[in-house]
Design a protein around this ligand. Structure first.
Ligand code: RM4
Length: 253
């Protein structure tokens, strides 16, 4: 029970990596709030899964690219649970597209959701933690794509590099408040955002062959690392970047 009596929020928590982190945190004793963009059924099913296991949870709809969604999400946690101890910024999109004819609206939307949204959410979480005066943990889901590129991800990889850098700078800005800020860098994890891309069997085989552990990741592979960073076990960890990629990044030959 690494998160007993903690309140933890996750953006993009109705499915994929965010859901796995939300359910895992609840299993470790956290009371949980999830943000979701629009899939009410998925969001309520996540809440039901947590409650069925004896936990407490709520879901709040919000477009993270709208700055106002951030204080609203944090305020809901304070209203329901009285505090905020750990925040996981996970919401993100990756509409794969070629560079030369990338539509401006696709590039802009990706920047606004992945990077601007992360900024607003982490800022709102930090302000609540500073008000509480008891420190806290902020974890942002960056990516292996913060470190390497993708032909059809020229709009996406800069956002993941930005999220990594945001955690490095907020770690400095918030250290005086005993708030730890860290980045998770997932490799290729099977989720909704890449199911179409990985439906191409040649692409999927190529990606799998790059992974020393021999398999693509699953959302649950991110739960343990996220719970660790949110917990007291990581009490001296801040400004860190934790690759969770099955060894893909280091695998040149
Ligand atoms: C990740 C990484 C994966 C890709 C997803 C969409 O950051 O690039 O390979 O499938 O994004």
């Amino acid at each position: 029970m690494l998160l007993k009596d903690k309140v933890l929020l996750v953006t993009g928590g109705s499915k994929g990596i965010g859901r796995a982190i939300a359910v895992g945190a609840a299993r470790h004793g956290a009371r949980v709030g999830i943000n979701y963009a629009g899939d009410e059924t998925a969001a309520q099913s996540c809440v039901a899964e947590i409650e069925a296991a004896g936990g407490q949870a709520f879901a709040l709809k919000g477009d993270v690219s709208d700055a106002a969604s951030a204080p609203a999400f944090v305020a809901e946690a304070v209203k329901r649970f009285g505090r905020l101890d750990a925040f996981v910024n996970n919401a993100g999109i990756c509409p794969f597209h070629a560079f030369l004819d990338m539509p401006a609206d696709v590039m802009e939307r990706t920047m606004r959701v992945n990077l601007h949204g992360a900024y607003y959410m982490c800022q709102a979480a930090a302000n609540q933690m500073v008000t509480q005066g008891e420190g806290g943990s902020i974890t942002a889901v960056s990516s292996i794509s913060a470190l390497v590129g993708g032909e059809f991800q020229t709009h996406y990889t800069p956002t993941k590099a930005g999220v990594l850098s945001l955690m490095q700078s907020t770690a400095i800005a918030l250290g005086k408040h005993k708030i730890r800020c860290n980045a998770l860098l997932p490799g290729t994890i099977l989720t909704d955002i890449n199911k179409d891309d990985l439906a191409d069997t040649e692409k999927r085989d190529y990606m799998e062959k790059r992974i020393p552990l021999g398999r693509l990741g699953q959302p649950d592979d991110l739960a343990g690392p996220a719970i660790f960073l949110a917990s007291e076990l990581a009490g001296y960890v801040t400004g860190a970047a934790l690759l969770v990629d099955g060894g893909m990044f280091v695998n040149l030959q």
